[in-house]
Design a protein around this ligand. Structure first.
Ligand SMILES: [Zn+2]
Length: 297
């Protein structure tokens, strides 16, 4: 297992040498992207948005995404941990604060079943960051290669104050090997220190974007018909953050200036290759997405 991990890290390092541009991207026919949802959360918009209102609370979706590529299946984010369906105490005070929908139909298995998939069907699981609503179910993908920034997975286990509350130790702990095993990984993991062109054709590219958390990342998805879509994770919460350059609330921002740089990069991608972007939590935009089993191709 140790040798496999090192080989994977070496391959990742080679991948960093050249991030393919849109002009050179070879997005294969048959590529598809699906939008799924891990329920919703309730909060004051001002929790996320600089000077935004704290009342009334709004409900925000917890979107995650599936990309089918001829060379493998990719999951981008894993939603809220399914443990909260039967055990709300798994989230501690976060459960009462965020009031997540926790009915059985939002489990990761139920959502993937909408497109006849199950956790073992994924080659790669790209985690935007390890907050409770994005990295929740990573422990159900130990046969997939988890793709995460090295500083994010390390930070998630022991964050700086005051940022610990949104990381659930059990979510990270599910990726650790058994006590006494020398390799720390319970399954394959790419711990990146930058970007990665997953299939080498420019169609699915991990983009490092620290800001919301220490080692956040976005995903560039270049579809053959739809074109380029950037999956932002929480690098942008709402569409207007990017289009109106609205700063985040610093309460959940590890490095606020990094978030602003993330917006700028998204706008560059919009200007340079006509990219669109999908956030995880914008309720107004989310309702207009095609939902699985419908797809973008
Ligand atoms: Zn989030």
């Amino acid at each position: 297992m140790m040798r496999v991990s090192r080989l994977i890290q070496l391959v990742a390092a080679i991948g960093l040498m050249g991030t393919v541009s849109s002009a050179a991207a070879q997005s294969p026919a048959g590529m598809k992207m699906y939008v799924l949802n891990s329920g919703s959360l309730s909060l004051g918009k001002g929790m996320l948005q600089n000077l935004g209102p704290m009342e009334p609370q709004i409900r925000i979706p917890v979107a995650f995404f599936v990309i089918k590529h001829p060379k493998g299946n990719v999951l981008f984010d894993t939603g809220n941990n399914d443990k909260i369906i039967t055990d709300p105490s798994y989230w501690g005070p976060n459960f009462a604060a965020l009031k997540p929908v926790n009915t059985p139909d939002i489990s990761i298995e139920s959502q993937l079943a909408r497109i006849d998939m199950k956790p073992d069907d994924f080659n790669y699981v790209v985690v935007s960051h390890m907050h409770l609503d994005h990295g929740g179910n990573v422990g159900k993908f130990l046969k997939s290669t988890i793709v995460i920034q090295r500083d994010e997975i390390e930070y998630a286990m022991f964050p700086d104050a005051p940022f610990a509350g949104a990381f659930i130790p059990g979510d990270v702990g599910a990726l650790r090997s058994a006590v006494g095993v020398s390799d720390p990984n319970a399954g394959p993991m790419l711990r990146l220190e930058g970007d990665l062109d997953i299939f080498g054709d420019g169609s699915v590219v991990v983009k490092r974007s620290p800001g919301h958390t220490k080692g956040g990342q976005m995903l560039i998805v270049r579809l053959p018909n739809t074109g380029t879509i950037i999956l932002t994770g929480d690098a942008a919460y709402f569409r207007e953050n990017v289009t109106k350059n609205i700063p985040p609330n610093i309460a959940l921002a590890y490095e606020p200036a990094g978030i602003m740089r993330g917006y700028e990069w998204i706008r560059y991608m919009m200007a340079s290759e006509g990219a669109d972007f999908f956030t995880a939590h914008d309720p107004d935009v989310f309702k207009n997405y095609k939902k699985a089993p419908e797809y973008y191709d």
